[in-house]
Design a binder for this molecule. Sequence first.
Ligand code: ATP
Length: 435
Amino acid sequence: MPAKDLEQIVNLCKRRGFVYPSAEIYGGFRSSYDYGPLGSLMLRNVKDAWVRTMVQMRDDTVLIDAAILGPPQVFEASGHLANFSDPLVDCTVCKRRFREDQLETRDCPQSMKGCQFTEARAFNLMFKTTAGPVEGSGAEVYLRPETAQGMFVNFSNVLQTSRKKPPFGIAQVGKSFRNEITPGNFIFRTREFEQMELEFFAPPAEGPKWYEYWCNERMEWYVSLGIPREMLRIRAHDADELSHYSAGTSDVEFMFPWGWGELEGIAQRTDYDLTQHATHSGQRLEYFDQASGEHYVPYVVEPAAGANRTMAAFLLAAYDEEEVNGESRTILRLHPRLAPYKVAVLPLSKKDTLLPLAREVHSRVAARWMCDYDETQQIGRRYRRQDEIGTPLCVTVDFDSLEDGAVTVRERDSMEQVRVPIDGLVEELTRRLGF
Ligand code: ATP
């Protein structure tokens, strides 16, 4: 059964070293988080799983890694300077600020008495800073609020160097920054976060076809990595929800403990971005189709996901508690690709006679996968710890191993244990992990 309560995940993340409040020794930095030894591995696995599906397994996409700092011209052209804002309301009594579109009524969400809201005003979500030692205009730069513009401004570079032609996609994974009015719900909404975005460029007439295609593909990605289908849905935006660039958007949503929440938006951006950048830069951003002899501006379909939010969803869906022999066991039933460690090597005892063999087994396994090694505490407690951090397989080296050259492999979900010769261990683990 998945976690019912966000606190179950927040506590586990803190206790086991997935996610810590940022700058905690100074009392924390509001709504910012640091990813610890396990969380940093898991977040990387989420991003790697995305790159694997969206780039590695396809022949029509390429990956880039563009700059985070950008000049105002980029965001003027993209429309972010004019339009990337949320409606901000102030309460004149309690002095708090809210997003008007998130207020269900005109009552204060903090249940303060006598709250009085101002009219909403547009609050631009971009972080501005200055580059170099000189202040003033000319030195102004912005932290990107989405990775997408990096793909549009590099459209011609990629087209020329990659030998791709529409339909093709440019993918990117990286940090984005938004000065959110109301960050919250743990790592669901923060001011600094990571996005996984694909800009897929297609001949204009094929836009709708690819939109439908990507809506399906993206939904299946979450299912393939273990989120139960009933915890997911795809929701088309109403016309009044659409972003300034969008001719149609659908969100993949996950059933969070507080209700449905967006994991990813799939938008039909039409030729908006390339046309805007062509106009503002004076460069032609088109494709020349040799077959028809025509120049055209491709239409863009954009699946844009958030790595941190998605990690939260994977953790919530994987969380489970069960009773085993009268004791409760907490398990993260994470897909092996997402689990921080794929395997843990556990010598049964800390005795010197056992450790060299255990270390040798660890180095064999660690050459293939991220592998934990733990020699302290009673074996049952060590299994529980690995269950709780989602490690799919444990390998126990015991005194018999010294005689028979075999070890015990234990599965997280079934707790099944089998004896496996060390010589065939890597093959057996590969078979069980699936990669
Ligand atoms: P929301 O409506 O929740 O603010 P959005 O529609 O503005 O999100 P997009 O611009 O479509 O989000 O960004 C794509 C993805 O980036 C989102 O689906 C989400 O997973 C992620 N994302 C956006 N803003 C944040 C944030 N502040 N913190 C964490 N992830 C975010």
